[in-house]
Design a protein around this ligand. Sequence first.
Ligand code: PGA
Length: 255
Amino acid sequence: MNKATRRTVIAGNWKMNMTPSQTKEFIKELAPMVAGKDDCDIVLCVPFVDIAPAVEAAKGTNIKVGAENVHFAKNGAYTGEISAEMLNECGAEYVVIGHSERRQYFGETNETVNQRVKAALEGGLKVILCVGELLAEREQGITEEIVSLQTKIALLDVTAEQLKNVIIAYEPVWAIGTGKTATPEQADEVCGIIRGVIAKLYSAEAAEAFTVQYGGSMNAKNAAELLSKVNVDGGLIGGASLKTADFTVIVDAAQ
Ligand code: PGA
């Protein structure tokens, strides 16, 4: 395994936090703190209404902007939904798909995750695909099966060329927003399992170049150790991405 062949991505997932004006202020404050720190991609995935202000505020900086979800249809009678084309035109570069909160509260399934992944890729977006087991599944010893299945179904009909615009965030559901972090060894193990699935589905080369992040209570204190693991190529960060100082420490840990 050679970590140097992969791009490290540090991405914030703001969830339902921050208004447009707060977004502009946050990025104005963050930009000088992370300027020139180019050993990782720095992404903020923000609520839909914050995308345009975020893109505007991030102009000329090394901060990229993403969305937190996308609908699978190109357009049509889907009241309240947002398409890949809309996100693209607003300047979003990335989109989070299949986050456990979407699966848990909004009926997202592996199948709809797959449809969204394909729509996002066809619409020119980069995908941060989330997979991860529940606590009960870990205790039953089926973590490998669960994340493998989620990964395989999400990537159905995704070509090797399209895969270059996909990264996966391994997010154990029991670690999200709970303050309970997976140990670096647990994170490394499952990120490695996901890489193995990519190798089987595509090729060893594709797997070697593929970015797998860890997410779930990653913070300023534990980021360096998690990111030091050979299979952990970045982080998807919720709570700690809402504070410029904490997020900057995590970016620093990836340098
Ligand atoms: P957390 O969220 O860092 O607040 O645990 C991570 C996520 O949901 O992506």
